[in-house]
Design a binder for this molecule. Structure first.
Ligand SMILES: Cc1ncc(COP(=O)(O)O)c(C=O)c1O
Length: 425
């Protein structure tokens, strides 16, 4: 075991065990436990048929199969990058001219986490500042900690980050002569993690405008994490933040097929402003000089053969039933408990829940222990707050309906209701 002094600065910034391993450790030894904690995808609807068809199409052409088995390029398989750009353009209803982007601006990565890391490492130095919603995606908060970056929390509501709160923070930083340290604003723009809220168009436009207006000497980028865009169960799609960026120099958009197709294939990508493509590729070149080529061919084949959209409809139908199961159980079992409330998702994988003020949901708190004893795991909400947040509430939890069956969701919610009632008694 390495002594702390033997470790690099970055390893020390990374801290100890991650939340995921802490939760796994608690789950071990209790196979009956229902995990409403991990944000994995539904096992039953994983695309065995479409993946097989895509694979066979590659294998039907030996030259293509050999190419897929070889190293690829650092930026990724060009036909895939072309389709990705085309899909982003079509999703936002833009013409080619309005899109203002070329496939050369797309970089394919092993999941969007890699893209988030590469971009962050490219534009953020230690002690630089990034604004994040309070709460935000906790794995990315870990990435930022690992880079020695200051994650400053901004108030968010059921429509995501509040532009007025962002502007207040920008003014505060300017008054404190810290604005030059601010390099980015991170936004999970669709069905975010942990709240499953989607930012409406007006807020997207307002945030892009703020980032541009307060870029003075330094450039403030918006890192748009669109990992959940396809997981929409009700309501209309909203144009991406990128579509509000007049010249494509402010917004970096990260996309992923992990939630919409397969996390095992783990293909993600980024659409980058032109000036960041070279630096991100240099960094990626030094790390892995390209993500697994075979997986990129597979995703290309899935899209090429139009296997993707049908699959999306199938998973949307499946998750619609699961989220309804979780919300029905919440209404029935938790609704009557005073002080318990939650956001009703129209997409994504999570239900974000507030418990009475004095309930400590943390790993060392009474509720967590009791929940494990009753047979359910959740994510303590405090992990989802940037370290520099005005307030880190202790009474929030994140529940996920992705993995468990409807029966297990019901069992898990019953266990949670028993645990909450127990600690409130
Ligand atoms: C908000 C958000 N962004 C990005 C990711 C990363 O997914 P991947 O790296 O598998 O594309 C996740 C995964 O849970 C997520 O919740």
């Amino acid at each position: 075991m390495a002594d702390q002094g033997d470790l690099s600065q970055r390893a020390r910034w990374a801290g100890g065990e991650t939340l995921v391993s802490l939760l796994m450790a608690r789950a071990l030894g209790n196979p009956e436990l229902v995990s409403l904690a991990v944000g994995f995808t539904d096992q039953q609807t994983l695309p065995v048929g479409p993946a097989r068809a895509a694979f066979e199409a590659i294998w039907s052409d030996p030259a293509r199969a050999r190419a897929a088995l070889q190293y690829g390029t650092t930026a990724g398989y060009l036909p895939l990058r072309k389709i990705l750009l085309e899909r982003m353009r079509a999703a936002d209803g833009l013409t080619v001219k309005q899109m203002r982007a070329t496939p050369e601006q797309i970089v394919v990565t092993a999941g969007s986490n890699e893209l988030l890391f590469l971009v962050s490492d490219t534009i953020l130095d230690p002690d630089d500042i990034i604004l994040c919603a309070a709460p935000s995606y906790y794995v990315y908060l870990g990435t930022l900690a690992n880079l020695g970056v200051r994650a400053v929390g901004v108030d968010a509501d059921e429509h995501g980050m509040v532009p007025e709160a962002v502007e207040q923070e920008l003014i505060r930083l300017r008054d404190d002569e810290q604005l030059h340290r601010l390099k980015a604003i991170y936004v999970v723009s669709y069905y975010d993690n942990p709240c499953s809220v989607t930012m409406p168009a007006e807020r997207r436009a307002a945030l892009v405008d703020l980032a541009r207006r307060y870029s003075d000497g330094n450039r403030i980028r918006i890192i748009e994490d669109a990992a959940y865009r396809d997981l929409r169960y009700w309501g209309e799609d909203v144009p991406s933040m990128r579509s509000f960026d007049p010249d494509g120099t402010t917004v970096i958009t990260a996309g992923s097929f992990s939630k919409s197709f397969s996390p095992g294939v783990r293909v993600g990508w980024g659409l980058l402003p032109p000036d960041l493509v070279g630096p991100v590729l240099s960094l990626k070149g030094n790390i892995d000089f390209g993500s697994p080529n075979f997986n990129q061919y597979l995703m290309w084949s899935v899209l090429e053969q139009s296997l993707f959209d049908e699959h999306i409809e199938a998973i949307q139908a499946g998750y619609r039933v699961k989220v309804a199961a979780m919300l029905d159980a919440a209404d029935e079992l938790l609704g009557p408990i005073e002080g318990v409330e939650w956001i009703r998702p129209t997409g994504g994988l999570y239900v974000w829940m507030r418990l009475p003020e004095h309930v400590d949901t943390g790993l060392a708190g009474a509720l967590f222990e009791r929940s494990v004893a009753e047979g359910v795991l959740y994510v303590p909400g405090e992990y989802c707050y940037p370290s520099e947040s005005r307030r880190i509430p202790k009474n929030m939890i994140r529940l996920s309906f992705g993995v468990p069956s409807c029966e297990d969701i019901r069992r898990g919610m019953e266990a949670l209701a028993r645990a909450i009632r127990h600690v409130l008694d």
